[in-house]
Design a protein. Structure first.
Lengths: 327, 348
């Protein structure tokens, strides 16, 4: 084990995967000598050369679109979109093309494509640098979506993404790049998609979350433990594929649940989680499931963002409501 | 002809196409025309879905395919050129029929067929073609990729982004812009203010050529030269092949609503199949009897393909087969629910 920040774990994994498989190419804006604006690709260009680590023209459409052709040529493309909000300029390729390659070719062409992008906000960036688009992509069959909450999972899920024969959107919590720090297994470490992780054991209520919201859920669980409230935290890790059984088991075991997402409320992925719990666990529920989310507004300017992104007090208040212990 | 870049290498195709190759192109142009007409007519009978006829693009599709190497090169078509690409694999005809029926097997091209599936979203295949060419260059594979798109598609961002990347990386890719005068009802004058579509190549740092897209020999020679450049490490070329769409954009279109009959009438003298037959005829390489015989053989082949297509089985649950390498647990549940539902309804 080595203690790493999330961005160190991502960088370390990219090095390992490029060394393991010489078909892996990393490309995007400023990923070469600059090592990416968050340093996720630091050192790759020196280690693997300019043919495999490529600074691209500033054009998200072709950064995404060229992955299809590279895959057909036998490469394993790992493209970076500098901020997830810029993926809007690649949406037609990600959704209309990459996600459909296998279907359109009746299984002839695989798309072993990984698209990495920083996800979520909280660090006072300009507009469109703080988006949480997982539910928009989750509605596009053909894509898989991984959202690590720990450095260890960043390694295990990224290795799984690069080795997956299908396209994966790998969304990295922007706020967690340096704030999230934990033990990362050395050597081979691959985390299977569709297997949620219990981040805190508990039996009174379960908080279901992904990406950086898991960190906040853990804090709430730890602080309520002092009051004798037993809070379980379930980290989904991937929203496609979805670990339906883990959701059902946790909700049935606790009888009460809160779902936390950073995205706006309406049609967020939390709605999908709650509908799933209703289908599977309706008669085990002791209270309506609550969701904590961003509001139904565009992501706000810097002075307002702390009021928009869910924080520990809002999550804790929701937990108390479902427990019936609100003040 | 517009040449925006000096110093093209000596044409690799100065010797071609041979007489035999020209006769072969003639046959394939007739086939393309017959297959396209048959599919168009089947839509009128309600037996296949909306489709786009090839008319006007026969010489471009056939001439370009003739100048490529089906074992090394890739073709990324839009949705009109497929009829003329039989040189890359004759099974393409069966797949065209299945595709236009809406059959789930319509995209199941065999491994050796280096043709990408139909692309309905205009211009999105251009970044794919550039990606393949770039990947071939990184791997050191021989060959090139060629992408077809239209005058309308040239207004899409994907064209500019992909052509720009291809210029930067000197990717072995050939851009074939089929200028048939009309993007549904929008004439080229509403599509660009440039002196020509070929002129746009200058901004990307590679040559652009404007050629007669109704002449398969000119198409062949230009593509052969572009291929020699691309595979010789000199990068891309943009070829604007000018033709005229004599018929409908698709089966859902009524061109009389937006263009004059006079214009169409005037363009008929440039109809590529008849024009090429006359040219070869004048050189003693082709006759009206051969045209009739080739048409009859094309109809016979189409009848066979149509018959095979009717016998190609499918089932509703095929839709779950190729979304992922391994279906998600949720999809498996949905598939089981669908099968149970259809069984209960007595449909399966």
């Amino acid at each position: 084990m080595t203690v790493m920040t999330m961005v160190e774990a991502i960088n370390h994994t990219l090095h390992e995967e490029m060394a393991r498989d010489d078909r892996v190419m990393v490309f995007g804006q400023d990923v070469g000598i600059n090592g990416g604006v968050f340093r996720a690709t630091e050192g790759l260009s020196a280690a693997f050369g300019d043919d495999r680590v490529v600074d691209m023209p500033l054009a998200e459409g072709v950064i995404a679109g060229s992955t299809v052709g590279l895959a057909v040529a036998g490469m394993v493309p790992v493209a970076e979109i500098q901020f997830l909000g810029f993926a809007y300029q690649a949406m037609h390729q990600i959704v209309g093309q990459i996600a459909r390659l296998r279907t359109r070719s009746a299984g002839r062409f695989e798309a072993p494509i990984t698209i990495r992008a920083p996800f979520g906000g909280g660090v006072r960036t300009p507009e469109l640098h703080s988006e949480s688009l997982e539910s928009q992509f989750a509605n596009c069959p053909g894509l898989k979506i991984a959202l690590p909450a720990t450095a260890a999972d960043a390694k295990g899920l990224l290795a799984a993404a690069i080795r997956d024969p299908d396209p994966v959107l790998f969304l990295e919590p922007l706020r967690g790049y340096r704030m999230v720090k934990d033990d990362v297994p050395d050597g081979e470490h691959v985390v299977e998609f569709g297997k949620a992780r219990t981040s805190r054991e508990g039996s009174d209520v379960v908080i279901i979350a992904w990406s950086y919201m898991v960190e906040l859920a853990n804090r709430v669980a730890d602080s309520l433990a002092a009051e004798g409230v037993s809070v379980r935290v379930l980290d989904l890790r991937t929203v496609v594929p979805l670990d339906v059984d883990a959701i059902a088991d946790a909700v049935s075991a606790c009888g009460r649940a809160v779902v936390v997402q950073e995205a706006p409320e309406t049609c967020g992925f939390g709605s999908e989680v709650i509908a799933t719990a209703m289908e599977r666990c309706f008669y085990d529920l002791e209270a309506p499931i609550e969701r904590v989310s961003g509001y139904d507004t565009p992501y706000p300017v810097g002075m307002l963002e702390d009021y928009w992104v869910p924080d520990a007090p809002r999550i804790e208040a929701a937990v108390r409501r479902v427990l019936g212990t609100s003040a | 002809m517009v040449t925006t870049h000096p110093g093209s290498p000596a044409s690799a195709a100065a010797s071609g196409p041979t007489d035999d190759e020209q006769v072969e192109m003639m046959r394939r142009m007739i086939d393309a025309n017959v297959f396209s007409t048959r599919i168009f007519n089947l839509q009128r009978q309600g037996r296949v879905g909306t489709n786009a006829p090839i008319d006007g693009s026969e010489a471009i599709a056939v001439g370009a395919a003739a100048a490529l190497d089906p074992k090394q090169d890739w073709i990324y078509p839009q949705y009109r050129e497929q009829y003329g690409l039989g040189r890359f694999g004759d099974e393409l005809l069966d797949l065209i029929v299945l595709y236009n029926m809406g059959h789930p097997g319509g995209g199941a091209y065999p491994e050796h067929l280096r043709v990408f599936p139909y692309q309905i979203s205009l211009a999105t295949q251009i970044p794919h073609a550039v990606g393949t060419a770039w990947g071939m260059k990184v791997k050191g594979d021989p060959g090139c990729s060629l992408v077809f798109f239209g005058d309308g598609s040239s207004s899409e961002g994907d064209f500019y982004e992909a052509a720009n990347l291809a210029g930067v990386r000197k990717a072995p890719v050939i851009f074939v812009l089929i200028n048939n005068g009309w993007a549904i009802s929008t004439p080229t004058s509403s599509q660009t203010g440039a002196e020509s579509f070929a002129a746009k190549a200058h901004a990307f740092g590679f040559p652009g050529r404007r050629i007669d897209g109704t002449d398969p020999i000119e198409v062949y020679r230009t593509i052969a030269e572009a291929r020699a450049r691309a595979t010789g490490g000199m990068g891309p070329m943009l070829v604007e092949a000018v033709t005229y769409r004599l018929g409908h954009h698709t089966t859902a279109d009524d061109p009389t609503k937006y263009r004059h009959a006079d214009e169409v009438e005037a363009a008929k003298s440039r109809e590529p199949v008849a024009k090429f037959a006359a040219l070869l005829g004048a050189r003693g390489l082709w006759s009206d009897e051969q045209t009739a015989a080739q048409e009859a053989s094309a109809h016979e082949r189409f009848d066979g393909a149509w018959e095979r297509a009717q016998a190609t089985t499918w089932q509703p649950s095929d839709m779950f087969e190729h979304t992922y390498a391994t279906p998600t647990p949720r999809m498996l549940r949905q598939r089981a629910e669908m099968i149970a539902h259809l069984a209960a309804e007595g449909e399966a």
